[in-house]
Design a protein around this ligand. Structure first.
Ligand code: TRP
Length: 346
């Protein structure tokens, strides 16, 4: 009955973008559908992580359910018993294991985490919470609780995976086998195939990633955008003055980004899309094509989203949460016993 576990979490503190959709959600759902015969798939919403940076708390609860709906609209099946969908905060073992791991984690090691340094640098010391600092430890708990072997994440999370292996191993060395360690990042890359390096870029500044935390949103297409407004964003995307379409990340990042977006929207091979437009001189016409596809895609996706069965999603969340509490509590108990909080034995 015990299959190896693939586990991944997607944050839900903002409306997601087409970059998230094509770069993370779709690939993850494809992976879940393909691998669920041989693996147990744990997909979860790290809701406790979602306010490590400021959010609107009056919207958070709905936002979390909304994101679950997005996954379903994107093709996540609710009737596959090997694919679980759950919310982190509904399984209290995440918080409890985090505290235990905290007490075996060095302040220095956490201070050197790249993502922490970046984000706390932007926020400033007074607005940087203990939660942001502690974020990787909670993430380690997320992974270790379920004995996860593979954890597909973006490159920005690799350091946290290595930390998870480190803390798990340290605890195991000191106390005996408590945790199953996830595979190294290198092995994970091997398993999932190399990252296509597909990162949709911002439409206004095509040298940076399209990010859901962009405040103005002019360079970002959200899945919830009015399709006509999204089309306008494409029409005013930054390009260049070369007046000839080439796939050239270095010198024509805006045009290149639009070619990538178009290929993804059409679900077609990038080379084919490039072949179709390469050398053309009418940026306006090209943009109109992309804008039309964006409009069509959002119209279809939003219709799909509207038809999602909310009661079925809630039922799925609740049944996964109940089932997986069993696994999580068993791991937590091993850790509690190891550190002397519970008696050894059964
Ligand atoms: N930190 C991840 C992100 O920002 C989300 C996350 C939280 C996660 N816990 C996790 C991913 C555990 C994988 C495994 O994208």
């Amino acid at each position: 009955m015990t299959k190896p576990v693939i586990l991944t979490g997607i944050r839900a503190n903002n409306d997601l973008t087409i970059g998230n959709y094509f770069g993370a959600i779709l690939p993850m759902i494809d992976m879940a559908n393909q691998k669920s015969e041989a693996y147990q798939i744990n997909m979860f919403i790290p809701d406790l992580h979602s306010f490590t940076t400021p959010v609107d708390h009056t919207l958070l609860y709905e936002q979390i359910l909304h994101n679950a709906r997005l996954f379903v609209a994107a093709g996540l099946p609710l009737d596959n018993d090997d694919i679980h969908l759950y919310r982190q905060s509904y399984i209290p073992a995440h918080s409890e294991l985090t505290w235990i791991l905290d007490c075996f984690t060095g302040f220095g090691e956490m201070s050197r985490m790249t993502q922490f340094k970046d984000k706390s640098g932007t926020l400033g010391a007074e607005r940087t919470s203990m939660g942001l600092f502690n974020y990787p430890v909670l993430m380690a708990a997320d992974i270790l609780l379920y004995n996860a072997k593979y954890v597909p994440v973006g490159d920005d999370q690799s350091q946290h995976i290595e930390f998870t292996r480190g803390i798990g191993e340290r605890m195991n060395n000191r106390f005996g086998d408590i945790f199953t360690l996830p595979e190294s990042v290198a092995k994970q890359h091997e398993f999932f195939g190399k990252d296509q390096g597909l990162r949709i870029k911002d439409l206004v500044d095509p040298t940076k990633k399209m990010s859901k935390s962009d405040e103005l949103g002019k360079g970002v297409i959200f899945l919830g955008d009015d399709p006509a407004v999204a089309a306008k964003k494409i029409m005013s995307a930054t390009t260049d003055d070369k007046a000839e379409i080439h796939y050239d990340k270095e010198n024509q990042p805006g045009i290149t980004n639009l070619l990538e977006i178009l290929a993804l929207l059409r679900g077609k091979d990038l080379q084919q899309t490039i072949g179709e437009f390469e050398g053309q001189t009418q940026y306006g016409e090209f943009k109109k094509t992309v804008a039309g596809e964006v409009e069509q895609f959002l119209t279809n996706f939003q219709a799909q989203l509207a038809s999602v069965d909310n009661a079925a999603i809630l039922a799925k969340l609740e049944s996964s949460e109940q089932l997986l509490s069993g696994t999580a509590n068993a791991t937590l108990l091993r850790a509690q016993q190891a550190v002397g909080l519970r008696p050894e034995g059964k």
